[in-house]
Design a protein around this ligand. Structure first.
Ligand code: ATP
Length: 328
């Protein structure tokens, strides 16, 4: 028979993203709704190892649905990668009478949860929280929509100065392994070219495109570059390359950096976080474990966590085509 779950812990781990607070709030309130205790664990797995726990009630998560970051703090824990570290975490878990764990984070955090489940048989559920949107089994990760809106807003501002001075701007956005932010924000902000990790469009194509746009009368341009773009050149090397080949362009670089992770979550991320939190708690109460909750075709779904970890997301070819047509 299933052991009844009476106490659920929640933590945030890896890189923070907007919407994590809304997810914590949802987990805490869903626990309260079902008469289950909820423990917040500070600083991800490191806090689990150090026993940094706090009992959370519905009022302890007031005024956070609109806040970026995570009130539970996030961390990367080397100690949790060791058997001894995880044993310490489990000892604290048992001492606090915790029955199950919800992990809000990326695929690394899910791997940690899976290892913990295998070793100690603790039921676990993952909620995907990362701005990169690079997790299999969900169309959107928490924070992705907010990051897109942030990036588009900033590129709009850069465009004002680009067009005033007839400049070409390379704007670097986050995405070491995935170009979702670059591709979508690039289309949304009307970029001339978009360079992403999944696809090497080639430097010649970039030059051709810039030459074409000059000939067609464009006096300024924005090129959006994902951190891990496949040309193998970083954004400053790209600037040098274009300046050497097209001296007529005044080229500038803007690296957006960590501001993309911050800010108040969009309405979409708040609603998504609320839905995923409810599903995570209710799945544990139904006796489910080793799943990630996600959104597919606007329905909240469960994906086996090992698939979420191993599977990769693909770049949408239709979007590549749209981007091409828009920059004519
Ligand atoms: P982001 O997408 O922001 O990088 P992430 O969740 O993938 O988020 P990671 O740094 O990869 O971030 O992982 C977070 C933490 O998960 C690690 O610091 C570590 O404590 C734990 N973890 C990751 N992989 C393992 C593993 N194989 N065994 C045990 N713990 C792990």
């Amino acid at each position: 028979m299933l052991e009844k779950i009476k106490k659920i812990a929640v933590l945030t781990s890896g890189g923070d993203s907007p919407g994590m607070n809304a997810a914590i709030r949802s987990v805490v309130r869903t626990c309260a709704y079902h008469g289950v205790d909820c423990i917040g664990i500070y600083r991800g797995y490191q806090g689990m190892i150090e026993g940094d726990f706090k009992l959370m009630g519905p009022r302890s998560v007031k005024d956070i649905v609109n806040k970026g970051g995570t009130i539970l703090k996030s961390a990367r824990s080397k100690e949790f990668m060791t058997k001894e570290g995880r044993q310490k975490a489990y000892t604290n878990f048992k001492k606090a009478d915790i029955d199950a764990l919800i992990v809000i984070g990326g695929d690394g955090s899910f791997t940690g949860a899976q290892v913990f489940n295998k070793e100690f048989n603790v039921p676990i559920i993952g909620i995907p929280g990362t701005i990169d949107n690079d997790i299999y089994g969900t169309s959107h990760t928490l924070g992705y929509d907010t990051a897109l809106n942030t990036v588009v807003e900033v590129i709009d501002k850069i465009r004002d100065t680009a067009s005033s001075h007839n400049r070409l701007f390379f704007v670097e956005v986050m995405g070491r392994d995935a170009g979702h932010i670059a591709l979508n924000a690039g289309i949304g902000a009307g970029a001339e070219e978009i360079l992403i990790p999944e696809e090497n469009l080639g430097l010649d194509r970039l030059l051709d495109s810039l030459k074409r746009s000059k000939l067609s009368g464009k006096s300024s341009s924005i090129v959006v570059v994902a951190e891990g773009d496949k040309t193998g050149k970083n954004v400053f090397e790209l600037k040098d390359y274009v300046e050497q080949n097209m001296p007529e362009y005044d080229v500038r670089v803007s690296v957006l950096g960590h501001m993309q992770r911050g800010g108040s979550p969009s309405c979409f991320d708040r609603v998504l976080a609320s839905r995923l939190g409810v599903k995570a708690v209710e799945s544990l109460l139904e006796g489910k474990t080793n799943y990630m909750v996600g959104l597919l075709n606007d329905k909240v779904t469960l994906t086996p966590i090992d698939q979420a970890i191993k599977g990769s997301t693909e770049v949408d070819r239709e979007l590549l085509k749209v981007s091409d047509i828009m920059s004519i």
